[in-house]
Design a protein. Structure first.
Length: 179
């Protein structure tokens, strides 16, 4: 028994011991505000934007777009300042392009995504902020004296290749952010 104990002690002594040291510290800062707005779109905070039906021939090659459809997020009862929409990255978003994937399950069109556009008609990729990237993927709008703000956007079909006919469905979560 004594030999077993000696062998066990020798094995433990010979085992490599892992050493670790911290390389640095990450500090997180944020702010919670009592500023809020009420989303007052006609359908409420959760709403549907219906794009027009377009022919597959309009989306025959990668990079082609069609069916641009404007929409707004209307806000009321906002405190003074400025507001923006932060479109949340998630399961419906193509992480490499920032466009919305087609999530239709029955009779789905292929090779097509949806692209969000700002009021300036430039693409708004939905992507998580990273080093050197802004946290928002939207434009800031100043709140009017009556406490209202209109955040104007558009959405369009975006071809990843020759699109096949079918249904297109997607969604994106959003958060109103304040400054």
């Amino acid at each position: 028994m004594r030999n077993v104990n000696i062998i066990a002690v020798l094995l433990l002594a010979a085992a490599p011991l892992a050493a670790s040291a911290a390389d640095g510290t990450i500090t997180f800062n944020g702010e919670i505000t009592d500023k809020t707005c009420t989303v007052s779109t006609p359908q409420g905070k959760d709403f549907t934007v219906t794009l027009p039906t377009v022919g597959a021939s309009a989306l025959a090659a990668s990079g082609q777009v069609a069916g641009r459809t404007p929409f707004s997020i209307n806000l009321t009862q906002c405190d003074a300042g400025s507001v923006a929409t932060y479109f949340e990255p998630g399961a419906t978003i193509d992480a490499s392009s920032g466009r919305l994937n087609n999530t239709a399950t029955a009779n789905a069109a292929t090779q097509v995504q949806l692209q969000l556009l700002g009021s300036n008609n430039l693409a708004l990729p939905v992507a998580a902020g990273g080093a050197g990237q802004p946290q928002t993927n939207s434009q800031w709008v100043t709140v009017a004296a009556d406490g209202s703000a209109n955040l104007n956007y558009a959405v369009e079909y975006y071809a990843q290749g020759a699109v096949s006919p079918g249904e297109v469905t997607s969604s994106v979560k959003y958060t109103i952010i304040y400054n």
